[in-house]
Design a protein around this ligand. Structure first.
Ligand SMILES: [Zn+2]
Ligand SMILES: [Zn+2]
Length: 437
């Protein structure tokens, strides 16, 4: 408890000492209402593709702050899904266009935090902290509306649905996001961290998160009695060989200087012990930073599947099928933009509250907003959300902290939201400030 009492005033001291006294006042005034907003968002999570109430709430809030809001932005190849993207624009004279993004969706997780404001929707939880992101976005939108005389340009806030299924960003872009608004000069976002203390930020320049590609491989065999393998062609054995062969893609075909992961997460074949099945299906995830490495790995998967089918004599008229069924690009934080944000955060929150992060092989669809070949500079930074008391307890006990997506993930709202709004607002005031072209 001691640490908590010491730590929280430290965060507020940093917030109050922000370069912009008006911003510090905004954050202080808004904070109680923002914590209430966070509680109500946390209580009412909605799954990816089902964010009807969440998107309506975010749209209404942004409209009431004076933004021009378009909702239901984004289309998707499933006709049942109408798209719940929210786009809010404030034009404020000449200057760059800056887009700030929050996700809207929650996860199919049953909350086990025991919090008073725990999810009231059975089996659904904001276990990735997107409710923190939305709250910070709304707090920042309010501060920027209040401080309109301190920035110029076009400020865009978006609420993106379906991040957890890595297709919401694509859907908004396919739905004409960059026609609806001027194409942004920069895009920024934050993600809460389940390891950093509440109120501490971390920035990572360059590749920060990997691309993710989901691959389905189907090997076709010839069904037979389990006691007479010579009468069939066994796809189970071929699948086993393929799993082992795939391990050499990273270890033998990829430069040690290029990060890559190939994981077979699922093998599905057969229904009975004494029947050789007709086919076997493998589901893979491929993670890379560079697009050329990703392409090479996909080519290798196909080559190995065909090679093993040939070696095992699987039916030549039914070659293996290799299908990419979902993908998202890597998140490449523009180094210059990241350096600039880092300076802004240090100025706003103090150097002791800003760390250098590190890249991870997890994935996000935020990178899509930078378009192919990093055409638009983007940056996503980390916002610490963990109660420092819990960090100390975890270090003492050796029991890991609940990760993102855990049913026990529990951000500490006040200092997290205060630091998030301060950081995001400071970034905007700089990027759209007097230095902006
Ligand atoms: Zn997540
Ligand atoms: Zn997330």
């Amino acid at each position: 408890m001691k640490i908590k009492l010491l730590f929280v005033p430290l965060v507020f001291a940093a917030v109050l000492g922000a370069q912009q006294p008006q911003l510090a006042a905004c954050v202080r005034n808004e904070l109680p209402a923002l914590v209430n907003t966070y509680h109500s968002l946390h209580e009412a999570p909605e799954l990816s593709h089902e964010e009807a109430k969440t998107s309506a709430f975010v749209a209404t809030q942004l409209r009431s702050l004076g933004y021009t809001v378009t909702d239901h932005v984004g289309k998707y190849d499933n006709p049942a899904w109408t798209g719940y993207g929210v786009v809010a624009v404030m034009k404020n004279g000449p200057g760059p266009t800056l887009m700030v993004r929050s996700e809207l969706d929650a996860l199919p997780v049953t909350e086990a935090t025991g919090l008073e404001y725990a999810s009231r929707t059975p089996g659904v939880m904001h276990a990735c902290g997107h409710d923190i992101h939305m709250t910070v976005l709304l707090g920042t939108a309010q501060a920027m509306a209040t401080m309109k005389s301190d920035w110029h340009g076009t400020l865009v806030f978006i609420g993106q649905p379906a991040e957890e299924t890595i297709n919401g960003a694509k859907a908004m872009l396919a739905g004409g996001l960059y026609n609806l608004i001027p194409r942004p000069d920069m895009v920024i976002a934050l993600h809460d961290s389940a390891t950093l203390p509440a109120g501490v930020l971390a920035t990572t320049a360059g590749y920060a998160m990997a691309s993710a590609t989901s691959v389905e491989v189907t090997l076709h065999g010839l069904s037979a009695h389990g006691s007479a393998p010579e009468l069939g062609k066994d796809p189970v054995v071929a699948a086993a060989q393929l799993v082992l062969a795939l391990q050499t893609i990273v270890s033998r075909e990829t430069s040690p200087f290029d990060q890559a992961v190939v994981t077979v997460g699922s093998i599905q074949a057969g229904v009975k012990n004494n029947v050789i099945p007709d086919s076997a299906k493998l589901l893979l995830t491929v993670r890379t930073y560079k697009e050329e490495v990703r392409q090479r790995i996909l080519t290798s998967i196909e080559r190995m599947a065909r090679g093993i089918a040939l070696a095992d004599g699987l039916p030549a008229d039914q070659p293996p099928q290799v299908r990419v069924y979902e993908s998202t690009p890597s998140t490449y934080n523009d180094p210059a933009l990241t350096a600039r944000l880092t300076r802004d955060f240090v100025a706003a929150l103090g150097a002791s509250h800003v760390e250098t992060g590190g890249p991870i092989m997890a994935s996000e669809d935020f990178g899509s907003f930078g378009l192919e070949n990093h055409q638009i500079p983007i940056c996503m930074f980390s916002l610490g959300a963990v109660d420092p008391v819990r960090i100390v307890a975890s270090q003492k006990s050796g029991v890991p902290l609940p990760s993102l997506h855990s049913s026990r993930f529990q951000p500490l709202p006040s200092p997290t939201i205060a630091a998030g709004v301060t950081a995001m607002s400071s970034a905007i005031l700089d990027l759209l400030g007097p230095r902006a072209q």
